[in-house]
Design a protein. Sequence first.
Length: 43
Amino acid sequence: MVRNATDKQHIANMIDFGPGFGNLTQAYYADPRTFGVSFSARW
């Protein structure tokens, strides 16, 4: 399993507080490229 395979940095969420807070803008970026493997077994 691979997430964000191209390792592109894009904004996942952004909050604009407006002029009352000095035009503060907070942005949260998506996770970087990650790899994973999962296994399961039943007996």
